[in-house]
Design a binder for this molecule. Structure first.
Ligand code: 5GP
Ligand code: ZN
Length: 115
């Protein structure tokens, strides 16, 4: 756990959060500032700052993020309509929380290219 990391604090319960999904390695909860009718953050429990900090040992962890995204999409009923999984890495991509996370967005027609 990293001190002063928002998502580490949500994971530990120091900051309360309602998990829509959790397992041994991951948590998922609603984004506080939703950009779509469904907007969740999939977050590894372990503190990893950015995509660039991943190692080969994390390959299965990132695979499980996508499996969890599909599971949530089916459970919440937007799998067939479509959804997007997005990871922002570093400032130019819009990363603002320095604990790796994947946005799961759905519930409207998502434009491409993204802004
Ligand atoms: P990033 O910009 O780093 O890709 O995504 C960070 C996300 O975290 C943003 O979409 C932002 O709305 C969300 N966020 C920031 N603070 C909180 C919080 O305290 N609780 C929750 N649930 N989401 C947060
Ligand atoms: Zn953290």
């Amino acid at each position: 756990m990293a001190t002063n990391c928002l998502f580490c604090k949500i994971n530990s319960g120091e900051i309360p959060g309602k998990f829509i999904y959790e397992d041994e390695d991951l948590i998922a909860f609603a984004d506080i500032n939703p950009q779509a009718p469904h907007h969740y953050l999939l977050v590894p429990r372990r503190h990893i700052p950015t995509t660039l900090d991943l190692t080969a040992d994390d390959a299965a962890l990132i695979g499980r993020i996508y499996l969890a995204a599909g599971k949530i999409a089916r459970q919440l009923g937007f799998a067939e309509a479509g959804f997007r999984v997005v990871n922002n890495c570093n400032e130019a991509a819009g990363q603002t929380v320095w604990h790796i996370h994947f946005h799961l967005l759905a519930g409207r027609n998502l434009t491409w290219p993204p802004g």
